[in-house]
Write a protein that binds this ligand. Structure first.
Ligand code: MG
Length: 327
């Protein structure tokens, strides 16, 4: 082969080497436009956000969390939710199976989501009291009470509800979080009527043994991996190892953020959502289908990094776009 001829690796195709006992397909829950952008210091114009979401859909992602109907005062980066959603909702007609969930903190947010005929919402709970107080302004029990009518009204309207659970492995104020405590709050969210529970390692301290233990503990309470998703942060470089541990337990929904956008503004040191490109490289290498066109996705993240004025933190994006200087 001549040096100039591109290899499969150059074209964004890892060597395929499956492992036994893993799901055949993974649904990627893309959070870059919401969890990512809400934690970026640069606020992008609404047209750029709409183009970003359209490009994510064109790259094959089929669950794209679009925005958040929170009070603009809390999350100014997503204050344009009312303008953005109409710009992207038509994509569901263009791409069969495309879901565009939005985050909804309370009944007021649900009213706004229902007015836009949103089909998927997410609520955001905490496994620990400290983070619930800081992020939601109320404790775990009070926040579950706040979510109850949101979940009930949404499901009655035929809207799917995802429950996010943050601080599942460690908490910056409380330290290690007991597995039983995480399972308890998670089961409460599912009992409210959430279809899916996303287990978040908000500060990124979790390791694969913890992941396996937590998912097993949910199984012990009758919650199988088909109802779970995982949301890892790469703060300590553990996100892909933790993902593989979750896949081995049968979890087949994984959250990630295109280009590794965002972190968490309320949790000190919580940087680095798992980058979707890094995730897809591993999944495709394992022979697990995602539907994602990796070079197209990496090009999208490179394009967005230019608009944010800083390089993408994703190593796969930097490798695939050849932009180690700029990206
Ligand atoms: Mg995150």
């Amino acid at each position: 082969m001549s040096a100039a001829e591109p290899t499969a690796l150059d074209l964004g195709l890892p060597v395929r080497a499956p492992l036994d006992g893993l799901p055949q397909a993974v649904r990627i829950h893309e959070v870059g436009a919401r969890d990512g952008l809400q934690n970026e210091s640069v606020a992008l114009p609404v047209e750029v956000k709409a183009e970003f979401i359209a490009r994510l859909a064109a790259a094959g992602l089929r669950t794209i969390e679009a925005t958040s109907f929170v009070h603009p005062k809390w999350v100014p980066q997503l204050a344009d939710a009312e303008q953005l959603f109409p710009l992207v909702s038509g994509l569901t007609g263009e791409y069969p199976g495309l879901r565009l969930p939005v985050l909804v903190p309370n009944e007021r947010g649900l009213d706004r989501a229902l007015a836009h005929r949103v089909q998927d919402i997410a609520v955001f709970a905490s496994a620990t009291e400290s983070f619930a107080e800081r992020n939601l302004g109320r404790g775990v029990e009070a926040s579950l009470e706040m979510f109850a009518p949101v979940v009930h009204r949404a499901t009655a309207a035929g809207v799917r509800v995802r429950g996010y659970l943050s601080m599942c492995f460690g908490d910056p104020w409380e330290g290690p979080v007991p597995t039983a405590q995480v399972v308890e709050v998670g089961c409460r969210l599912l009992e409210l009527g959430c279809d899916e529970l996303s287990l978040g390692d908000t500060i990124g301290t979790g390791t694969p043994g913890q992941v396996t233990e937590l998912i097993s503990a949910f199984s012990g309470r009758g919650v199988g991996p088909e109802r779970l998703a995982v949301h890892f942060h790469d703060t300590y470089g553990q996100a892909l190892a933790n993902t593989l541990a979750a896949l081995r337990c049968g979890v087949a929904t994984v959250d990630s953020s295109a280009g590794g956008l965002g972190g968490c503004p309320y949790a000190k040191s919580a940087t680095g959502n798992l980058a979707t490109e890094d995730l897809v490289w591993m999944l495709h290498g394992l022979g697990i289908s995602t539907g994602v066109d990796l070079p197209a996705l990496a090009a999208t993240s490179g394009w967005l990094a230019d608009r944010l004025g800083r390089p993408s933190p994703s190593r796969a994006v930097r490798a695939l776009t050849g932009g180690d200087a700029q990206r």
